[in-house]
Design a binder for this molecule. Structure first.
Ligand code: GLV
Ligand code: MN
Ligand code: MN
Length: 418
């Protein structure tokens, strides 16, 4: 079965695309809900090994760089910087099967179609599986694309989870931690970057649109807070004398909600929390939580973040709880240059007159790649706007239309930059 395509363009092989998406979804951590392929789990590693075989079976030359990024190269006609198309194959705990996977397997499908057609790009095409895009317990998201554009701070590489440092986890995925403390690439190393992704929100579906050109990607500030109080007997410690880390944390969490609600366009979340000793008859002695604020404007992120810090410091001081903030990480907001957004929109509009231009509330590797090259994204609808959950779903015809749009955008950018 194939999707429709323009006269001279090869047809996307829908059955092959869907089979690849289904096979990748079988690589999931045992005993977890939905699709769970977290960095640096065995399921993630085996999924990538399978992906590399698929790339090589398509006749593409593969490599893994120091940042653990997996690339597959389709040669171009000229010695030019490559066009890059890709996304990520890691997932959140209990995620869906399309977040990231579509962008990687869709780009592979485009490379296969082009390789089997008479069309030869001027630029080489690099199909990319960027390492560890999702937030992880090391507190560093987009490990691979950050390494390419900015490098990783040495203290991040030393952070340890369950006896393994981020540097060791990177090495286990084929990367080289010693090589990533400086940016792996300089601006201009790529001709342009394109990422196909599910929208993960409700906008396209509500408008009856099957495609979207992404106008901007939110910036994200994310930090881990440790609130240290004192564990005491829950029956004998008088209320006025307690140092309850969890009630202070509750105020911090509500401050995130209140401050983000007060700033138009901002969202704020505390999605991860652990408390000790976590025992019903002991006053909580220590809470570790991760808070994040997102917005399209860096100044708005800083404003909300500072309000949250003030509120958290006050809540802790009132209870004699100490507040420690592990160095936060920032992902800068990013937007494609006007010419590239226009090109992507015109490709989308050519396939669906209802196509929209819309911003992304999710973070993406493209946000970091935008530091290196003109970078843009194409969205397809998410049913019910659901994502980061097992219910995540996009209809096969929409997945296929997205890959068609990606192929057309790659060809149009290649011609434009040649
Ligand atoms: C990535 O999925 C993010 O937006 O956190
Ligand atoms: Mn994603
Ligand atoms: Mn995600």
């Amino acid at each position: 079965m194939t999707c429709s395509s323009g006269n001279e363009l090869p047809a996307i092989n829908r059955a092959r695309l869907m089979a690849d998406l289904e096979t990748l979804a079988t690589f999931t951590e045992p005993g977890t809900p939905g699709t769970t392929r977290r960095f640096p789990s065995a399921a993630y590693m085996s999924g990538r090994a399978w992906l590399r075989e698929r790339m090589e079976a398509a006749g593409l030359r593969t490599s893994i760089d120091a940042g653990g990024n997996l690339f597959a190269m389709l040669p171009g006609e000229h010695e030019l910087p490559p066009l890059v198309a890709g996304s990520h194959t890691d997932s959140v705990m209990g995620g869906g099967r399309y977040d990231g996977a579509l962008g990687v397997l869709g780009a592979l499908e485009v490379a296969r179609c082009l390789a089997g057609s008479g069309i030869r790009l001027h630029h080489p095409l690099l199909v990319a599986d960027f390492l560890a895009e999702e937030a992880n317990d090391f507190g560093v998201s987009c490990v691979g694309s950050r390494s390419l554009a900015y490098g990783l701070a040495p203290e991040w590489l030393d952070r340890s989870i369950a006896g393994q440092t981020l540097g060791q986890a990177l090495a286990a995925m084929g990367g080289n931690p010693a090589g990533v403390t400086a940016p792996l690439l300089a601006p201009g190393a790529f001709a342009a970057c394109l990422e196909l992704h599910i929208e993960q929100g409700p906008v396209l579906e509500a408008a009856g649109a099957t495609l979207g050109a992404v106008s901007g990607i939110v910036g994200i500030r994310r930090g881990t807070f440790i609130l240290s109080g004192r564990p005491d007997h829950a029956g004998t410690a008088p209320m006025a004398l307690r140092h309850d880390a969890l009630t202070a944390a509750a105020e911090l969490i509500l401050a995130v909600e209140r401050c983000a609600r007060a700033e138009p366009g901002a969202v704020g979340t505390v999605g991860r929390l652990a408390l000790r000793p976590n025992q019903s008859n002991v006053v909580p002695g220590e809470v570790t939580l991760t808070a994040e604020i997102r917005h399209l404007e860096p100044a708005a992120i800083a404003l909300v973040w500072n309000y949250v810090l003030e509120a958290a410091e006050a809540a802790c001081a009132e209870r004699g709880v100490t507040l420690q903030l592990d160095a936060h990480t920032d992902a800068e907001p990013a937007a494609p240059p006007a010419w590239l957004l226009e090109l992507v929109y015109s490709v989308c509009h050519g396939l669906d007159p209802r196509a929209l231009v819309l911003p992304s509330g999710a973070g993406h590797d493209t946000g970091h790649l935008a530091h290196l090259a003109p970078a843009a994204m194409i969205f397809v609808p998410s049913m019910g706007g659901r994502s980061h959950c097992p219910e995540e779903y996009t209809a096969p015809e929409h997945l296929c239309t997205g890959v068609e749009a990606l192929m057309r955008a790659i060809i149009a950018v290649d011609r434009r930059l040649a």
